[in-house]
Write a protein that binds this ligand. Structure first.
Ligand SMILES: [Mn+2]
Length: 367
């Protein structure tokens, strides 16, 4: 039996960092991701389409989204759609799940307890449950076991396997193992996982369908699964048209921007027009070194968006500061513990303070 496992589409996301027009375009892109996945499922002749929560970013949706959803699902009547509402789109009387008129081939779980829908014609039973508010403290899988009658048992679950005290339905490997499911199709964690096993039960996170920021890097998509009672194969299907990436450039030794430009352009070469790129500059540079966004843009011109984080330390020629007994040395030694801090934010602030401070003390201009 062939199926799609997707989750975390977050349709109608706000995209608050973009301009109004950009955000609107990105929302349209998210909708087209769903359409693309439906096209793919048709081509692969999938018999089941699982959406493991967070289909919507919020509990109200736009007309464009509801129309697209109904249109796309209706265009594929031969497939069975199963939806488990997540923490972003919990089921309640005012949610789109209750208000929209979904076609007959859609099953939406409505309760926090595990229930199931049976499809004898494909020898498959899909279990699921719903978030009914933004949090869910207890795992409904605790003590639950699937029927053992030869049917394929799949659990569609929006759950958090990463923390036992998560407010977003904490679930454990042990619960998955004891559930005797054939596959647990997980949603909630936006980074896709490998196919894993707890006992004989397979489980995986498919990740979100489109990255929405630098905390969601890489191409995104869904899984195409092929399952029997004895076997399961998962294939990653790339759906996102754009991606976020972070590239680090160690430019130790740079005195001027020209010294750094070769490394920057080499490291950024793999990223094309589909990429929003964050360039992180690292290493020890001369105190003279400074970076200008326009200069970077001239050598990294392909990505549709580029931002620069300058984490370099202006200490290339600062060995003397350790023992320097002027105010410069004292300033440096005072900042040093923070420059070496484990805390990233504290480190970044200390580096900035050092850069500004060294310039100020030597009477140079601060940009
Ligand atoms: Mn999500």
């Amino acid at each position: 039996m062939k199926f799609i496992h997707c989750a975390d589409l977050h349709l109608d996301s706000v995209f608050s960092l973009s301009s109004h027009t950009q955000a609107k375009a990105r929302r349209a892109e998210l909708r087209s991701d769903f359409s693309a996945l439906i096209e793919y499922a048709k081509k692969e002749e999938c018999e089941l389409f699982i959406i493991s929560g967070d289909l919507f970013d919020d509990t109200s949706i736009t007309k464009d989204t509801s129309e697209m959803l109904i249109r796309e699902i209706s265009s594929f009547p031969g497939c069975r759609f199963v939806i488990t509402p997540g923490n972003h789109d919990p089921y309640h009387s005012g949610s789109p799940y209750a208000l929209l008129d979904f076609p007959e081939n859609v099953h939406i779980f409505k309760n926090e307890n595990i229930e199931y829908v049976e499809y004898p014609e494909i020898n498959t039973r899909v279990y699921g449950y719903a978030f009914t508010s933004e949090t869910m403290i207890k795992s409904p899988l605790s003590g639950f076991c699937a029927k053992e009658d030869g049917m394929i048992n799949i659990l569609a679950a929006h759950a958090d396997l990463l923390s036992p005290i998560s407010p977003y339905c904490p679930m454990s490997e042990n619960e998955i193992k004891s559930s005797k499911m054939d596959y647990v199709a997980l949603g909630h964690v936006h980074k896709a996982s490998e196919l894993k096993y707890a006992g004989k039960t397979a489980y995986a996170y498919c990740g979100c369908i489109e990255g929405r920021g630098f905390d969601e890097t890489g191409y995104k998509g869904a899984f195409l699964g092929e399952i029997t009672k004895e076997s399961l194969e998962l294939k990653t299907v790339k759906i996102s048209k754009k991606r976020f990436e972070i590239v680090k450039c160690d430019i130790t030794g740079a005195v001027s921007f020209k010294d750094a430009s070769k490394i920057i352009s080499e490291n950024c070469a793999p990223y094309g027009s589909d990429t929003a790129l964050r360039i992180v500059l690292e290493g020890m540079t001369s105190d003279e070194f400074s970076v200008d966004e326009n200069e970077v843009r001239q050598i990294v011109s392909k990505p549709y968006y580029v931002e620069i984080k300058d984490n370099t330390l202006p200490l290339l020629d600062a060995g003397y500061l350790e023992k320097d007994n002027t105010i410069t040395g004292a300033f440096y030694r005072r900042l040093l513990p923070k420059i070496k801090s484990e805390n990233e934010k504290e480190r970044e602030n200390a580096i900035l303070a050092l850069k500004y401070g060294l310039k100020a003390i030597s009477g140079r201009e601060i940009d």
